[in-house]
Ligand binder design. Structure first.
Ligand code: SF4
Length: 222
């Protein structure tokens, strides 16, 4: 295959939809970085410390371990441990012995950490508010496109953790052909449609390979 010019080569990019998509995603990633940095600066925290506090606020105990954080944020355990140590020194996070595994420890928010995490958790809400210009159908189509993109990036190894229906052992694509909610979750025993597919499901159990093509011929009948 002929190698295309880089995404950032504007003479090429202007006429190439794929390159423009990547450039647009980069702009969005920058907006998220700026928001995270701003909220962190307001509270004397680094962006990753903000993310860890929000993660610890909403994730169940089984996921609140250094190794899980390292996996979820694609960081080394040493980097996670340093950030957690900084949060401990601010009395926002503490370690608790794991009763089921003495070699392990569960991370939990202190009361101060919990109060702060509740405030920090709104850091991306302004972007969500900015989506009000679009209709639900349009947003659902974008959501499904992005989920498929995440699957591809996960396959390529650029994303490690993505607990989405599309990569879940319990996902049954096109279990209800012709219905408005054509898919099914075999664990929760409920139909799933384009707008109800989950992006980050606590019940998710990954499969080695993504779900097979449905009868429509698409890989996923989204
Ligand atoms: S368990 Fe969660 S991720 Fe898996 S199919 Fe059901 S809703 Fe989707």
């Amino acid at each position: 295959m002929t190698r295309r010019p880089p995404v950032w080569d504007l003479t090429f990019q202007h006429d190439d939809v794929d390159s423009k998509l990547v450039a647009a995603l980069e702009r969005l990633a920058q907006a998220l970085r700026v928001l995270l940095w701003r909220v962190g600066q307001t509270h004397g925290l680094s962006p990753i410390q903000v993310q860890f506090l929000c993660y610890l606020l909403y994730q169940p105990e089984a996921h609140r371990r250094v190794s899980r954080l390292a996996q979820a944020f694609r960081l080394t355990k040493a980097t996670v441990s340093d950030a957690i140590a900084a949060l401990e020194s601010k009395r926002l996070v503490r370690h608790r012995p794991d009763v089921s595994d003495r070699r392990s420890a569960v991370l939990e928010l202190t009361p101060d950490g919990r109060r702060l995490a509740h405030r920090l958790a709104a850091w991306a809400d302004s972007i969500r508010d900015g989506l009000s210009f679009a209709e639900l159908d349009e947003k659902t189509a974008v959501l499904n496109f992005l989920m498929r993109l995440i699957v591809e990036l996960q396959r390529a190894g650029f994303i490690t953790v993505a607990r989405m229906c599309l990569t879940c052992r319990f996902f049954r694509p096109e279990a209800h052909p012709g219905a408005s909610m054509p898919h099914h979750c075999a664990l929760l025993d409920r139909p799933l449609g384009p707008a109800t597919l989950r992006v980050d499901c606590l019940e998710h159990v990954g499969v080695e390979t993504v779900v097979p093509a449905g009868p429509s011929g698409q890989r996923f009948a989204l």
